[in-house]
Design a protein around this ligand. Structure first.
Ligand SMILES: C[S@@+](CC[C@H](N)C(=O)[O-])C[C@H]1O[C@@H](n2cnc3c(N)ncnc32)[C@H](O)[C@@H]1O
Length: 363
C-alpha cells in the first residue's frame, strides 16, 4: 500500500496497516471504488487564524473539502461510514462564530449524497477558555468546549451497533431497576412501558462523548522528545476514533484516516485488529507517529465503573444561582472593553478553578 516518497525515518508498515506520506487526495484516487469500511478523521480545522499544521481559511474551507468529499463517497462501501471530528471557529475580531462546519456538513450531504446518520459532540472538559477576549476579559461568551463529530454514510443503513459502546447504568436507573417502574404516559406524551425496567446490563450512551484531552500518550511524547521531533499539535484522544471503530466496523475491516497526523487512528486499529491506512502530508508528523508502532499494541486495561475518576460531573446550569438580583447587562453587548480590573479578585464560588477532583478544569 506504500505510496509517495519514502524515507526510513517515516516508513510505518505493520501486518495490519501502513502510514503513507503524501496528499490523501492523490492516494484516494488510486483506491478501488467501494473498498473502505470506515473513514474516521479529524481534518485541519477551518480556523480563521491559521495554525502551523496547514489549516485552511474558514471561508475557503468548503471548496477545499469538496474534492475530498467526492473521493470519500466513491471509496466507501455502501454500508460504510464517514466520521469527521471538526472544531468550530470564531470570526476574526468579532464575538461570533463561523458557520463553516455547518456548511461542510450540508455540502457533504447535498453534493456528495451522504446521509447524516447522527451528529455527536465531543466534550473536552479540560479545554481552555478561548478566545480570552470574549470569554475572560469581556465575559460575553462561554468556553467553547465541544467539537462536532459528524457520522455520515453513503446509505441510510451503515453497519453499526450501539451494543459495543454501552455505559454503566446511573444510580437512579439502578434503583429504578430494583424497585420497578410503573408503566405510564409521561407529560411529554411518551409511553413509558414496563420494557424500561428490563435490566440489559448497561445503558445506551447519549451522543455526547466526554474525554479530557489530557491523553495517555506518554509513550508517543517520550518518543518525540528522544528523537527531537515536534509532537503533533492537534491530536485527538484515542478514545474518539476507538469509539467509532468499535461501533461501526468488524475485525479485519479497512479503516482510512486521510488526515492522519500522528496516526492515532492506526494505533487504535492495531489494538482492535482492523486493517488501516493513515495518510499524512507532513513528514515530521510521520516521524513522530513511528513511535506508536515500535512496540506491540498495548492491551486495554478495563476501567473500573465504580471509580469516580472514570466519570465527569456536569453541574446543573442553575447550580450557583440563588435568585438574587443581578447587575444589568451592558447595553452595548460588551463592545466597549472593560478597564483593567484593579479591585481585589472576585470571591470564588465553590466548584471554581482548582476543584479538579475529577480532573475537571473550570476557568
Ligand atoms: C487535525 S490534524 C489530524 C491529527 C490526528 N487526528 C492525530 O490525532 O494526530 C490534520 C492533519 O491533516 C494533515 N493534512 C492536511 N492536508 C492533508 C492532505 N491533503 N493529505 C494528507 N494529510 C493532510 C495535516 O498535516 C495535519 O497533520
Amino acid at each position: 500500500m506504500a505510496h509517495g516518497s519514502w524515507e526510513e525515518a517515516t516508513r510505518i508498515s505493520t501486518d495490519l496497516g501502513d502510514a503513507v506520506l503524501g496528499d490523501s487526495l492523490d492516494y484516494m484516487e488510486d483506491l478501488a471504488p467501494e473498498s473502505v469500511d470506515l473513514i474516521v478523521t479529524s481534518p485541519p480545522f477551518g480556523l480563521v487564524r491559521k495554525k502551523d499544521y496547514g489549516n485552511e481559511d474558514a471561508e475557503d474551507y468548503v471548496d477545499w473539502f469538496d474534492a475530498f468529499g467526492k473521493q470519500f463517497s466513491r471509496i466507501l462501501k455502501p454500508r460504510g461510514s464517514l466520521v469527521i471530528d471538526i472544531g468550530g471557529a470564531w470570526i476574526k475580531g468579532a464575538p461570533t462564530r463561523s458557520l463553516y462546519h455547518f456548511r461542510l456538513l450540508i455540502m457533504l450531504c447535498d453534493r456528495h449524497g451522504f446521509n447524516l446518520a447522527q451528529e455527536f459532540y465531543w466534550w473536552n472538559p479540560s479545554k481552555l477558555p478561548t478566545p480570552a477576549e470574549w470569554v475572560n476579559i469581556r465575559r460575553i461568551r462561554v468556553k467553547d468546549a465541544v467539537n462536532s463529530v459528524y457520522w455520515l454514510s453513503p446509505t441510510p443503513w451503515p453497519k453499526a451497533t450501539n451494543r459495543r459502546v454501552l455505559q454503566p447504568y446511573s444510580k437512579s436507573m439502578l434503583s429504578l431497576l430494583r424497585t420497578g417502574y410503573r408503566a405510564k404516559k409521561r407529560p411529554s406524551g411518551h409511553d413509558i412501558s414496563t420494557k424500561f425496567s428490563r435490566d440489559n446490563g448497561a445503558s445506551i450512551p447519549p451522543n455526547l462523548i466526554a474525554v479530557a484531552h489530557t491523553e495517555s500518550n506518554a509513550y508517543y511524547q517520550r518518543y518525540c522528545k528522544k528523537h527531537g521531533i515536534r509532537p503533533h499539535p492537534a491530536r485527538f484522544p484515542a478514545e474518539l476514533p476507538e469509539y467509532f471503530i468499535r461501533m461501526l466496523t468488524d475485525e479485519d475491516d479497512l479503516v482510512l484516516d486521510p488526515f492522519g497526523g500522528s496516526c492515532v487512528t492506526g494505533e487504535v486499529c492495531e489494538r482492535l485488529n482492523r486493517r488501516w491506512v493513515c495518510v499524512e502530508i507532513v513528514e515530521e508528523y510521520l516521524k513522530g507517529a513511528k513511535g506508536r508502532f515500535e512496540r506491540p499494541p498495548t492491551r486495554r486495561i478495563p476501567r473500573d465503573p465504580d471509580r469516580a475518576e472514570n466519570y465527569y460531573r456536569v453541574p446543573r446550569p442553575d447550580i450557583l444561582w440563588d435568585g438574587s438580583p443581578t447587575e444589568p447587562l451592558a447595553a452595548d453587548g460588551g463592545r466597549k472593553r472593560p478597564a483593567p480590573a484593579t479591585k481585589a479578585p472576585e470571591k470564588r464560588a465553590s466548584g471554581g478553578r482548582g476543584t479538579g477532583r475529577l480532573g475537571l478544569e473550570t476557568d
